[in-house]
Design a protein around this ligand. Sequence first.
Ligand code: SAH
Length: 418
Amino acid sequence: AARLCSGAGGEAEAAGGAGTMLRHLARKLRASGPVTVAEYMREALTNPGQGYYTRRGGVGESGDFITSPEISQVFGELIGIWYISEWMAMGKPSTFQLVELGPGRGTLTEDILRVFKQLSSVLSKCDVSVHLVEVSPKLSEMQAAMLTGGKVQPSPEDESAYMKGISKTGIPIFWYRDIQDVPPGYSFYLAHEFFDALPIHKFQRTEKGWREVLVDIDPEVPDQLRFVLSPSRTPATQNFIQPEETRDHVEVCPEAGVIVQRLASRIEKDGGAALVADYGHDGTKTDTFRGFRNHKLHDVLSAPGTADLTADVDFSYLRKMAQGKTATLGPIKQREFLKNMGIDLRLQVLLQNSGDTATREQLLHSYDMLMNPEKMGDCFNFFALLPHHRVVHPDKKDKPESKSPLPPVAGFYELLLK
Ligand code: SAH
């Protein structure tokens, strides 16, 4: 099963023994009091020694949750075509960087690079390089194995990349811990199920005004965590709640905001585009913080470091944080995006080419997982940042200065193959 799209919390599972991470957190909470949900999430997911992504990795059928690129190769192939169609629409620049944030096992990049290889006659004069932003040493090893066959070398300390290698298709690949380390230049960015893993702050409206939800130790039960409300306003309640907010419970991910600001500035300055795909909402949902372990919902406060923690992405916040430096498109539902990208045609071709029933059934099953509104079709969304000049405004279409209008952005509109 994929990560579910709604419903917070889930059946609480017995805290799987007081693990190292829990003991570390309990000591910290006893010594210095409750922490924000963001701080808790950061520790649980990316603590350098014990964090969930650092140690377990989690993605894939044998992991705790499965993602679209792991379900079907068609997903990554269509995204590869998106980048090529944008590259063509933007006048085929002579070089571009493909920058993926949080690449997981590396499957999505692998599928994209296969498309680049298949379309090498189109891309022949273009100098392509791949830049992966990954904090987890364990996952970066898996990515290296998948993409290069393990042929990588650590980079010297004075270089911004911590590792580099060459893809099986001959493209240079570099690894970084932070988007800021990626060299400037014309870039296509990709963030699939990345923003939902970044730490959120949670806020609750009370009779006395906004309070922040904090994580504390339960005084009644040894080594058990619980949520409490801050006794007064916190810096975060003052900075992150909009005066016009109408919801009673709000989640804000400032780190996502900072990253989107960086992406927007980089695209404005050096050109390119960013494609963000994740489950999320447009500023309407409230309590979406949840955990996954072994493909099941998992109590977010139990056995930290052993489960994936996630919250829906607020696309309205991302749009605001682009600060008008780029145009934005979406969010559009995954099933609409993939349909516009020609998934039905691709499925037909694969079905025709596959001889055995088992493969055909697998193709139909994975198509259903990606497209069915009850599965991943409706709750996953695509969102893009693009230079302003790339987006044709409908009201400008008939004006004389737009004699050769750019093709509409694929995925958000139907893909036009020229
Ligand atoms: N994109 C992949 C994996 C999603 S899981 C897929 O769809 O299958 C989230 C990924 O983001 C993991 O690779 C995780 O290690 C990485 N990650 C989480 N927090 C990060 C951070 N702060 N900086 C960089 N990578 C991060």
